[in-house]
Design a protein around this ligand. Structure first.
Ligand code: CAP
Ligand code: MG
Length: 430
């Protein structure tokens, strides 16, 4: 290493982090000619106090803020960060540190932030979910079975009246939550306020007819002050839920809306559109595990975690690891997963969605359990007899699974389910 480089000062295999360090687990692929230790030192340096050269301004006391790469296992490296590096309660600043410049360094061919652990002294500046799993189930009056949601499809194209009618069909067929699609916010053919008024009229009608509680995941995504205005409108009309595309809206906006949601008792549904731009590669980017843990810390009430059966790429192992990370009170550390004590931070509802239909529901419940939300869009609106029949078929598939009755057998006496199986069988869409 040239005389002006000091990256190895950020590597200490004897270092023992304290309870008050933030720990990041990285997967590091050095560029040719760079050792793993040097690459790890570059990551620890660039994400804490260093840069490419030694400095005349560095005093001994500043060294206490140096991050330390201290654990090495193949390409995996743990880096410990002193809490003094971080602004209390600011996710943007956390990510600008541990997930900022480091991804672009020439000394690395690839870098992935695999997991992150927050100490109690960092967690204490965040609210976590306002309602959490128990609170959401209480709002909906759904005790044991999976919560159901459906996105009226086509995802964009219906005007407010058509959309509200579709919502009514889904609710009256037994769906608990009607969800705006991730790209349906307020567009010329379907303005947010018009949709709000039309949908809420139908929500009341469906509740009166079914005797079940119904909710609308109102996609308020937009510029932050507009999201605040829309959240207040949703609360004024008596809906208990808002939906935010948290990654396109941004972490700062999510933190603001978490405070607004507190004021109005609103549960937050987190859609993760945009995540696969950086979560999908196993060698570069940020894992969905990290995204889900950050979202729990800020305080979403539901978040999409993927499903191994659907149209989006996801492995069973990854989905279950994410599900555990957002629902367990404590995460046990393992070889490549960091322990985490979530303390007072409530559990978040894992959302399984993407290519699901009645034929997949029993297997989905077998793999992901009952304490999930199942979103079925095309699998409801593609039913031969329309959305209401599709919704009924979803509930029939859940009933069959909850009572351990094979779908084929249950379909003999439940026509909507039979028709869904005739159209899709057990296909796994892609
Ligand atoms: C699913 C969906 C969701 C995806 C998001 C869609 O519709 O509404 O946005 O599930 O992916 O637009 O594709 P379908 P993920 O039920 O018709 O597939 O849940 O993996 O974040
Ligand atoms: Mg969608």
């Amino acid at each position: 290493m040239p005389g002006f480089e000091w990256y190895l000062d950020f590597v200490d295999k004897e270092f023992e982090p304290t309870e008050n360090h933030i720990i990041a687990l990285f997967r590091i692929t050095p560029a040719p000619g760079i050792s793993l230790e040097e690459a790890a030192g570059r990551v620890a340096s660039e994400s804490s106090i260093g840069t490419w050269t030694t400095l005349t301004t560095l005093t001994p006391d500043m060294r206490s803020l140096m991050a330390k790469a201290y654990w090495f296992n193949g390409p995996y490296v743990k880096i410990a960060y002193p809490l003094g590096l971080f602004e209390e309660g600011s996710l943007p600043q956390l990510l600008s540190s541990v997930a900022g410049n480091v991804f672009g360094m020439r000394a690395l061919r690839a870098l992935r932030l695999v997991d992150i652990r927050f100490p109690a002294k960092y967690i204490e500046y965040f609210k976590g979910p306002q309602h959490g799993v128990e609170g959401v189930r209480r709002i909906l009056g759904v005790k044991d079975r999976p919560i159901t949601a459906s996105v009226p499809k086509p995802k964009v194209g219906m005007d407010p009246q058509q959309y509200a009618e579709a919502a009514y069909q889904a609710w009256s067929g037994g769906i608990d939550l009607v969800k705006d699609d991730e790209n349906l916010t307020s567009i010329s053919i379907n303005r947010f306020e018009d949709r709000l008024k039309a949908v809420m009229r139908m929500r009341d009608k469906a509740e009166a007819e079914t005797g079940e509680r119904k909710g609308w995941l109102a996609n308020i995504t937009g510029e932050t002050s507009e999201m605040i205005r829309r959240a207040k409108l949703v609360a004024d009309y008596g809906n208990h839920f808002i939906m935010i595309d948290i990654l396109t809206a941004g972490w700062a906006a999510l933190q603001t809306l978490r405070d607004v949601a507190e004021e109005y008792g609103l549960a937050i549904h987190a859609h993760r559109a945009f995540h696969a731009a950086f979560t999908r590669s196993k060698r570069h980017g940020v894992s969905m595990l990290v995204v889900a843990k950050l979202a729990r810390l800020v305080g979403v009430d539901h978040i999409h975690v993927g499903t191994p059966l659907g149209k989006m790429a996801a492995t069973r192992r990854e989905v279950l690891r994410i599900k555990n990370a957002i629902t367990a009170g404590r995460i046990r550390g393992g070889k490549l997963i960091l322990g985490q004590d979530w303390r007072y931070i409530k559990p978040v509802v894992p959302v399984a969605s993407g290519g699901l239909h009645p034929g997949l529901i029993p297997r989905l419940i077998e793999v992901m359990g009952r304490n999930i939300m199942i979103q079925v869009g095309g699998g409801v609106w593609g039913h031969p007899r329309g959305g209401r029949a599709g919704a009924i078929a979803v509930r029939q598939a859940i009933d069959a699974a909850m009572n351990n009755v094979p779908l084929e057998e249950y379909a003999e006496t439940h026509v909507e389910l039979r028709e869904a199986l005739e159209k899709w069988g057990y296909v796994r869409p892609k």
